[in-house]
Design a protein around this ligand. Structure first.
Ligand code: NG1
Ligand code: ZN
Length: 521
């Protein structure tokens, strides 16, 4: 079933750099682009076999998201449009790390034996972001798919969520046109904003000089007709993710390049290099930088969905489970707001969207956002069916529109932008959004240590298991601070340990973070 001789010939064109040991991390593979041809070729073989085995389309996104231009990476996508099942990450790592041709063929043959690829060619939909290394890496990936007898549809430069959406909808409707993605966004946004299409003050968007700029530019005229004026910044002339983008804005807590001069109160947002994250920001009357991060977006979405559900036919809200999924990085004030003020359940998972997505699916309405702005709102198919069977009422139509606007496969910055804009038009002002709760002062530190793997964690990464004594020392430090909370965990994307601390004042949060960093070292 698998022509190993052909694989051997094809693989010879993509040798693995000797010392390179790639592994499938929190968000797929990531490295300096020149290291990656063998990895993407081999992942092409893996996902090609998976597509043949399930007889459906799977996907590959070539991107390194918020990392610098010289890096690249890839994320593998299931036929459902969701991220690769965690159990498969180990296969991808094993294949990517094989040192010799023999090892590579052995791993591949073992995979093929378990997968039993069918006679159908299967299909792999490949997309890439705007990085200059993307086209060659996509071609290497295509060669991998072809080497195992799979068929490729290269859809060129797209956002990460667009690729996920395309895989999901291709398997439903066999359509690959990009217009389907845009039409879905525009039509659901139109329904959500019905009755409020009068021109609003502009929404200023930092596009990180990435693929999001290309896609938003295409949407500008139609959004204008719906009353949304988008003003795009960092829209492709400058360096990707350099001094701009959602990651920079959230981590550095400052205005992105070219946006510091906006007037106080201007509603602004920042997306990342592959447009799967979004955070909002504005300028206070005193000129200060004010961040509305992923936690604030989750809170706004929760307020809005609770309102829509309360206007749905009697009994609907009571029979529906609504929950918010966060990670340990969620500001404690947001968790308290959602549980105490909104009365909704909050669950905490490990860092990484795949964990949040999985947990959110347990609710009828599952809202998940990482603090960095990566997330979405999921509505369970059984709930959608119930809503479709109900009499047409504005709230029911809007709930259905939320499920179409919000990417159901993965976090999507464009969906998030449009949802927040729709809510802001529905009666919650930017000032009210800011005032939902006040963030506890916090501090994040990144420590480069000899071996980050000596730290292992439990309880959604909030407590350390090893090395022995570390957690007791952190507990003792935290106990000294009013409203103190802190944790340390190894990063899944960088060779570093991350420390997070929050406390009653900024000085206290800084001091607690430093104290925990001292313990970790
Ligand atoms: P790591 O490096 O495991 O902390 C980072 C982000 C995650 C997630 C992934 C993937 C923080 C603290 N961590 O993971 O939230 O977005 O990258 O991009 O922001
Ligand atoms: Zn991203």
């Amino acid at each position: 079933q698998l022509d190993l001789a052909a694989v051997r010939v094809a693989a010879a064109a993509f040798p693995k750099p000797e010392a390179f040991k790639p592994s499938y991390g929190t968000a797929g593979f990531r490295a300096e682009a020149s290291l990656l041809p063998s990895t993407v070729f081999r992942c092409g073989m893996l996902i090609g076999l998976k597509a043949r085995s399930c007889g459906q389309a799977c996907g590959v996104m070539v991107t390194a998201s918020h990392n610098p231009e010289q890096d690249n990476g890839l994320k593998l996508v299931e036929a459902s449009g969701e991220m690769l099942e965690p159990a498969w990450e180990a296969h991808a790592t094993q294949l990517a790390q094989a040192d010799t041709e023999e090892q590579l063929l052995q791993v591949l043959a073992a995979l093929a034996a378990t997968l039993q690829p069918a006679d159908t060619p299967g299909r792999v939909i490949i997309g890439r972001d705007t990085r200059s290394s993307g086209a060659d890496l996509a071609a290497a990936c295509s060669a991998g798919v072809a080497a195992v007898g799979g068929k490729v549809s290269d859809i060129g430069v797209v956002t990460t969520p667009e690729l996920h959406f395309t895989v999901q909808t291709f398997n439903q409707y066999q359509a690959l046109e990009e217009q389907a993605y845009f039409t879905n966004l525009l039509e659901s946004f139109r329904t959500l904003t019905a009755g409020s299409h009068a021109p609003q003050p502009p929404l200023h968007v930092d596009c990180a000089n990435g693929v999001g700029a290309l896609k938003l530019q295409q949407l500008v005229p139609q959004l204008q007709q719906l009353g949304l004026q988008l003003q795009l910044y960092n829209a492709g002339q400058g360096r990707l993710n350099h001094g701009c983008g959602a990651d920079y804005v959230q981590k550095e807590q400052c205005f992105p390049a070219g946006m510091g001069d906006l007037p106080a109160g201007a509603c602004s947002a920042s997306i990342d290099g592959d447009a799967d994250r979004v955070v909002f920001f504005t300028k206070g009357q005193d000129g200060s930088f004010v961040l509305l991060d992923g936690d604030k977006i989750a809170a706004l979405a929760a307020v809005y969905l609770r309102r829509l559900l309360s206007h749905a036919p009697p009994g609907t809200a009571d029979s529906i489970s609504t929950g918010v999924v966060q990670t340990a990085y969620a500001n404690g004030a947001s968790t308290r707001f959602i549980t105490e003020q909104l009365g909704l359940q909050v669950r905490c998972t490990n860092t990484g969207v795949k964990y949040l997505h999985h947990e959110a699916k347990a609710f009828d309405v599952g809202i998940y956002f990482e603090s960095n702005g990566h997330g979405t709102v999921l509505l369970k198919p059984s709930l959608l069916q119930r809503l479709q069977d109900m009499d047409e009422n504005m709230s029911v139509m809007q709930l259905l529109a939320v499920s179409r606007l919000m990417n159901q496969a993965v976090g999507d910055a464009i969906s998030g932008l449009l949802l927040c804009d729709a809510v802001l038009r529905s009666g919650t002002s930017l000032a009210e959004w800011q005032a939902l709760y006040t963030d506890l002062p916090s501090r994040q530190l990144k420590l480069v240590v000899a071996d980050r793997t000596v730290i292992t964690t439990t309880d959604a990464e909030r407590r350390c298991v090893t090395p022995a004594g570390l957690q007791d020392a952190i507990d003792a430090a935290v106990a000294k601070y009013d409203l103190g909370r802190a944790f340390a965990r190894p990063s899944g994307t960088e060779d570093a340990v991350r420390v997070y601390a929050e406390a009653g004042s900024q000085e206290a949060a800084d001091a607690l973070a430093r104290e925990v960093a001292g313990i970790v070292f």
